[in-house]
Ligand binder design. Structure first.
Ligand code: ZN
Length: 272
């Protein structure tokens, strides 16, 4: 496998999905005057060169949260923005030994530590809550949605009616470690995004099929309600070394057996 390859595909008037060799997506939002790269994938090869081959516009890099499959290409750039509530996660996840171990757990891929580039100190600047960026003819709204991590955000482009949801909502939302919110805190943050429902038609993710039905948000909210009422399926699951419970029954492909999109994998103490 050539880990340095990137592919890309236009997904709306102003949005291009950039995908790394490990099937993690970043999103490039291109206005008339500038562009934003939302996330930087696992960080092999040169994601900056891949993006500059798509657009010559001045580029701002924004990270949706601090996990290693979103941040590790950041060293290609002079600096990037992230809500610094995720700084403790970023510090843990930029560590080369941690990244090496994660690739073994996620992909069964054993690499030498020399194959990972080092992310330098001081590369991040704080992204204030609910930042709005005018890119020229298109406006990017970066909205906080803590839960999966304390600094997690989603990106809304009303002109394209597109919501890029990061890991805030997914086939399997992870509330899995000390940094994650409990279910009620996450549910309140997700409900705030649900309340913007009239502003988007398309929900784009960074993993799996990358495209979700809008209903995924309602489905995940329903999972949260069931967890809090102790009415979920509560199936013991091991994920990335964490002992978790799955709100819904899933198959070997980790997709719901009832065919709906959206599930929550949670640590037992998060079920409040
Ligand atoms: Zn994540």
């Amino acid at each position: 496998m050539d880990l340095t390859k990137y592919s890309h595909e236009k997904v709306s008037d102003h949005v291009i999905r950039v995908v790394d060799a490990l099937d993690v997506a970043a999103y490039l939002i291109v206005g008339e005057e500038r562009a934003v790269l939302l996330d930087t994938c696992f960080g092999f090869g040169d994601v900056k060169a891949a993006v500059e081959a798509i657009t010559p516009l001045p580029l701002t890099v924004v990270l949706t949260h601090g996990h290693c499959d979103h941040i590790c290409g950041v060293d290609c750039f002079d600096h990037a923005y992230m809500n610094l509530k995720d700084m403790p996660i970023f510090e843990e996840h930029r560590d080369v030994a941690f990244r090496r171990d994660s690739l073994v757990k996620i992909h069964g891929l054993e690499l030498d530590e020399s194959e990972f580039r080092v992310i330098p100190d001081g590369i991040l600047e704080d992204l204030p809550e609910d930042t709005v960026m005018d890119l020229g003819g298109v406006t990017l709204k970066l909205l906080m949605a803590p839960g999966h991590s304390p600094g997690s955000l989603v990106a809304l482009i009303e002109e394209d009616r597109v919501l890029m949801i990061g890991d805030v909502c997914d086939d399997n939302v992870l509330l899995f470690d000390d940094h994650s919110s409990n279910v009620s805190g996450y549910m309140a943050a997700l409900q705030r995004i649900r309340d913007l429902d009239g502003l988007y038609d398309h929900v784009l993710g960074n993993h799996g099929a990358f495209v979700f039905k809008k209903e995924i948000i309602d489905n995940v909210l329903e999972c949260c309600r069931k967890i809090l009422a102790h009415e979920d399926e509560h199936i013991l699951t091991n994920m990335l070394g964490h002992t978790l419970y799955s709100a819904c029954a899933v198959g070997d492909d980790m997709l719901r057996l009832d065919g709906k999109q959206g599930n929550v994998l949670y640590r037992e103490d998060k079920a409040v």
